[in-house]
Design a protein around this ligand. Structure first.
Ligand code: NAD
Ligand code: IPM
Ligand code: MN
Length: 351
């Protein structure tokens, strides 16, 4: 196991509060088998942007790649920056600039009482969504014509490359194969997006032929949305495009107990990767010690697992599951505690 150097970007709103707790958890497991973990904070946020006009230093991405093993981010987004400029520069800037093409979003129900579905148990909600993370509708290509007139035209381009589609689909199959999973579902809207999502269909067909032991099926994304809430136990691995992955992982977060529970990693194998909870900065509840820290703590555990600190990662997950079963949680998942106290319940189980 190696020493870990983690860049920490708390960001905005509840991002700051939940990242503080995720860091406390990391500090608690910071030594493993003689290796050490160091956390270095970066104040890249709406506050800093509004003060200085700079969202992220020019050499920011280079600095992250050269000096860190991973980045832990809270959330970006602030109503005082209505065009979301700093979030685009920082969050999407890292996803695109570091070519983090795998958005890995595990979906696990820790306790039956958290699931809004009748009779669903933890074994029924246990799958992973791989969301393409570097293209699709997120490339911000397009434009306006005759803006602010009655004849205005507005476009956003859904950009899909063979390389981009192939590497995320291949990763989904490789993940299934190496983790003993047997099923991969690819989801698109090829019945309407007859060019871009036909590419997804053709690439899926080609890649699945290389994995004869895996049951590879397809669902249109509208049907996927239904199946996720009707019968989530049918899923093991889902792979989909950037925008659809964004939406279905909020639905999937609902199955886990809400956005406060959901973790994610933005990964390029072998390169510095970015870990962040699925939720945003939640301005209405920010600064009130209300936000659920579990999404951020589970994200820290996912990061450690990715970096090879498997035992420490499992210890964090077990401590979290213990606090959840004891009901020592925040209000959004039925507890009575604040952010700090809910994190303390997890920290206490890590002794
Ligand atoms: P949001 O995730 O902030 O909130 C959606 C809902 O979930 C709200 O009701 C909120 O209170 C609840 N929620 C989210 N996280 C929670 C937690 N940890 N504990 C308890 N409740 C929680 O999404 P939004 O309101 O659509 O967006 C707010 C801002 O965050 C926007 O600026 C958006 O662009 C940004 N955003 C950023 C990220 C990110 O940085 N990765 C992700 C999503 C949204
Ligand atoms: C997410 C968020 C981001 C996205 C926003 C903040 C750009 O919703 O990480 O899920 O759409 O990817
Ligand atoms: Mn989202």
């Amino acid at each position: 196991m190696k020493d870990l150097r983690i860049a920490v970007v708390p960001g905005d709103g509840i991002g700051v509060e939940v990242t503080r707790e995720a860091c406390a958890v990391l500090e608690k497991v910071a030594t493993a088998g003689g290796s050490k973990l160091a956390l270095t904070p970066f104040d890249w946020s709406a506050d800093a942007y509004l003060k200085t006009g700079v969202s992220m230093p020019k050499d920011g991405l280079k600095m992250l790649s050269e000096n860190f093993d991973a980045i832990l981010l809270g959330a970006m987004g602030d109503p005082r920056v209505p065009d979301n400029k700093h979030a685009v520069d920082i969050l999407l800037g890292m996803r695109f600039g570091l070519d983090l093409y795998i958005n890995h979003r595990p979906v696990r129900l820790l306790d039956a009482k958290l699931c809004p579905l009748k009779n669903a148990e933890p074994k029924d909600v246990d799958f992973v969504v791989f969301r393409e993370n570097t293209e699709g509708l997120y490339v911000m290509m397009g434009g306006n014509f005759k803006k602010d007139t009655a004849d205005e035209v507005a476009t956003d381009i859904d950009l899909n490359t063979r390389k981009g589609v192939e590497r995320i689909i291949r990763h989904a199959f490789e993940f299934a194969k190496t983790t003993g999973r047997k099923k991969v579902v690819m989801s698109d809207k090829a019945n309407v997006l007859i060019h871009a999502h036909d590419l997804w269909q053709r690439v899926f067909k080609q890649v699945k032929a290389e994995y004869p032991d895996i049951v590879a099926t397809h669902l249109y994304v509208d049907n996927l949305a239904l199946q996720l809430v009707r019968d989530p136990k049918q899923f093991e691995v889902i792979v989909t495009s950037n925008m659809f992955g964004d939406i279905v992982t909020d639905i999937a977060a609902g199955l886990q107990g809400g956005l406060g529970m959901a973790a994610s990693g933005n990964i390029h194998p072998g390169k510095v990767s970015l870990f962040e909870p699925v939720h945003g900065s939640s301005p209405p509840i920010a600064g009130k010690n209300i936000a659920n820290p579990i999404g951020a703590i589970a994200t820290a555990a996912l990061m450690l697992d990715h970096l090879g600190w498997k035992e420490e990662s499992a210890r964090i997950d077990a401590a979290t599951a213990g606090a959840v079963s004891a009901g020592e949680t925040t209000v959004d998942i039925g507890g009575k505690l604040g952010t700090r106290e809910a994190a303390a319940a997890i920290l206490g189980r890590l002794a």
